[in-house]
Every structure is written in C-alpha cells, then in structure tokens.
Write a protein that binds this ligand. Sequence first.
Ligand code: HEM
Length: 520
Amino acid sequence: MVPKIGIEDINYILAKMCEISFWVYFVGGYIVYKVVYFWNFDTLYHIPGPWWSVFTSLPYQTKRLSGDIDRYSRYLHTKYGTIVRIGPQMVSICKNQDIRLILSSHKYPKSRAYEKSVTNEYDIFSTTRPDFNKMRRMQLGRPLTQTSIIDAEELITKRGIEQLIKKLDQDINVGNGYCIINLLTLFQSLTADIIAELTFGETFEAVKNGGHPVLQWIEYTIKVAVMGMIFPLSNYFPVIFKKMKQGKQKMMEYVFSRVQKRRLLSKMKQKTHIKQDILQSCLLAVNRNGKKLTESQIIAEIMILILAGTDTTGITMTWLIHFYLLYPRVFERVVEEIKREFPDKTKRIGYKEALKKLPYSVATIKECMRIKPAASGVLPRDSSSDGVRLSGGYVPPDTVIMLVVEGGNYDKSVWENPDKFMPERFLGEKGKLLTKKLVTFSSGVRSCPGKNLVWMEILTVIPNLVRGYNIELLSDSVYRPDKIDQSRQNEPLLYKDYNYGTRVIADYENVCRVKISHRK
Ligand code: HEM
C-alpha cells in the first residue's frame, strides 16, 4: 500500500527544504564573500599559512586551549616559514630578532585579549595602555629592583633555602638516610613562601608542611585567566571551567583577607608591626589622578605578583634539576665547581658570590631557561595602525601577532644546535658569562620585572642544595639519560609539558619525584 501524504507532510517537507536552502545559501554566500574578499581586500593574503586561516583562527585557538601550542607553533613554522598566518587577522612569528623588535617599544602593545584577564581590574600585567603600565611599573617595581632584592637577601634566604634544608634534614632523618620528594611541589612551596614574605610579611609554611592549598589556587587562577584570553565567552558562563574559577575565587578571598588585616593593623595604629613590603607599597601608591589605589586595584596587583612569582620560578628550578639528572656530566661539573669555590659547608653560599664564582653553574641555569622558558607559549601583540616590517616580511596594520617564546629561544641564526642542552654557549673566553638574546623573560618595555627576584631565589637555593645533598633518579624513573628522544636529535627524552600561561609538567605527581640524601 502506498502511504498517504497529507497537507501537513507537504508543509513539513517544504519547511525542511527552505531550511536546507537557507543554510546552503548562507554557507555558500559566506564562502563566496571570503573568496572575493581574499582576492581583493585581504591584507594578509601574502602570508603563508594553513587554508583555514583565511576564515577562522579556531583550529589555532583550539591548540592553545589544549596546552599544545609550543609543539604546534614549531610545526607551523617548520612548514610555512618565519611568519605564518593563523587567522583572518592573526599571524605567528618565531624569529628572535623580530620578537625583540616587537617587544622593544610600546608602539606594539599587548593585544586586547589581555585586558582584565586575571581579575576584573586593569593591572600591571593585563593592561594594554602604555601610560597605565608605566605608572604601575613605577609604583610596584621598586620592591623588585636589583637593590631592593639584594637588601631582602636575608629574608629570602630565611624563607627559602633555610626552610628547605630544615625540611630535607628532617625527612632524611625520618627516612633513615634518604627521602623521596617531589621537586615541583618543593620548589613551588619555596617560591610561594618567599613571595608571601615579600608581599605580606607572612609565610604559607608550604615548605615545612609539604605544600599548601594556595599552590592549587595559583595553578587554577593562571589556567582560567589563559582560558579566558583564548575563549572570552567562558568568562560569562560560571559553569565553564567551574573548578578553576572556584580556585581563583579562593585566591582572591585570601588576598582580600590579607589586605583587610593590614588595614586593621594601620587603624589600630600598630605602625611598628607594619612591614615595608609589597602590600605596603600598594597601599601607599598614588595614581595619576592623585587618588590612592582602590581595594580591587590593590587585590588585582597583589594577585598578579603572587601568580607571576610562584609557579614560574618553581617550574624553572624543577627543570634545572631534571636537566642535571639527564646530563650527568654537566651535573658533575656543576657539583665540582660549587665544591671547589665553596668548600666550607658550614657557610651559606650567597647570591653575589654565586654569581661571581660559579659561571658554569649560571650558564646551566640560562640554558635551562632557554630550552624550557617557564612562562611559555605565545605573547599576543598588536601590529599597530602602521603595521610592522619584520625580517620575514611585512605585517599589515591591526593584526594580532603571536610571538612564540620558544621560537625566539630556538632560532638557529642565534643558537647553534638549539635542541641540545649546551651550557657552554653562554660562556665566552676564559669562562666569562655571555649576555645572549633570551626571550624567556620577554624583553623591552613589558619585560618581566620579577627577573631580579628569580635570580636571587635560584642562586641562593640551587648551589646550597647541590653542595649539601645527593639528588638521584628513582629506580623506576620514566626519564633517564639513556632514554633517547629522536625528535630532539637523540638527546635525552624530557618531561612532557603543556602551556597554560606557565609550563605545566604532565603527570608531575609521579615524574618529579627524586631521592635525596646527604652528600658526604
Ligand atoms: C622564571 C621565572 C619567570 C619567568 C620565566 C617570567 C617571565 C615573564 C614573561 C615572559 C613576561 C611577559 C608576559 C607577557 O608579555 O605576556 C612576564 C611579565 C611579568 N612578570 Fe614575570 N617571569 C618570571 C618570574 C616573575 C616573578 C618572580 C615576578 C614577581 C614577583 C614576575 C612578575 C611579572 C610581572 C608583574 C609581569 C608583567 C609586566 C608588564 O606587563 O609590564 N615574574 N614575566
């Protein structure tokens, strides 16, 4: 029997056909529009890139969301050259010289995606406005200058290496001669304790207690900020990245409570108990309009300093020890240099002496920062209303330029055999340290103001740690000197990592564990 077709069925079929034709016309029309636009008006038509980049940057942004942007950028630049189109108004660049040119002046500001990316305020890091940034760098930069950091060495040592030694000695005693520790947790605890001391004059006691919830809040806050930059819609829907947003909320509440506590102390006129720390600098700072910073501006700035100052340095120290354990000859040379220059174990090695007497060790730190820059991924900038002429070609006005940090540190025109871990590249004649063109801390006008603190922390921790303790791989360690990575020219296989603003080490709970005992 032939089924009967009623008027409703005909209406339904007609409606469906209309709907399909609408989409066919819509998509077809869009493609025709794009093709016509591409041939006639597209300012980036001359820049090579994947086909989809004419229409969208979605595949690129998806790679950023997945944390895989370093590997993906490397693939794109190997395939298409030093400037690659990655979206209708977006390019990626990887040449050291080009990256430093863009970073050198306020002419090429941070792209709009940065704005209010961490809290709902403009702050030193997320502002795109040069005048505001200069003002904040003046107000907050003072406690981070070389002189201030050298003045704070005693405090940094007390909260840093001294706590670390206490903790290791205790654990080694309990463990009958050795202990197993997680390097990343230990170093992040240490940097968190130091930044808390410099910021509020307090400590999280994270080293002593083997961690603190703040470490998780920091990780979540950085991740959710980066996700919001890549995928701004996520900021309007509380359910998206809910767990991370909760971590950020806790972080903000914590900072708020510290600011309140300090205000209370000031009101109670207990001025003698108030330290001249970073929080105090924020409370005393005055904006251009002559007014003090609002509560939310202060919270925003303190949040930035804690976020920027904890993960990055902890991650760098973890990678450094990872390199030492994978390159035993380098490690032997480091230990030999430290023991030779500082034989008296009862005297703590200080920052200035370490910098002066340990050129090889310093070179290993620089090489670690080159290969694995802790604030990783890409730095988005605007090409300005004039556009910019780069060594690889011209980038037209109003284009977002993604600067690949790793690209700048691996550029073959600056670094010979970039995949190889070769600390010697930072040593000149008679072992003198060379200044080279690292972009690990960015460079130019928006470069990292925390650099002095980073070097103070690393140079007071690593030489003392390495002189006093044996650090060994566990017998079941996944990463070993003889486990080779063919994609790195047969160099040892390194930790797998992801980029979410900072370089997150995959499976760090397991892979960062090492055995520590006293060095005889
Ligand atoms: C190894 C450790 C560190 C690395 C590799 C690092 C790297 C960087 C990089 C690449 C930038 C530029 C980011 C961008 O343009 O998007 C930056 C900015 C910044 N860093 Fe660091 N950083 C480190 C540690 C610190 C520390 C310890 C602090 C402070 C306590 C700090 C405070 C800042 C601030 C406030 C900015 C924003 C500056 C501005 O935009 O004017 N950083 N850092």
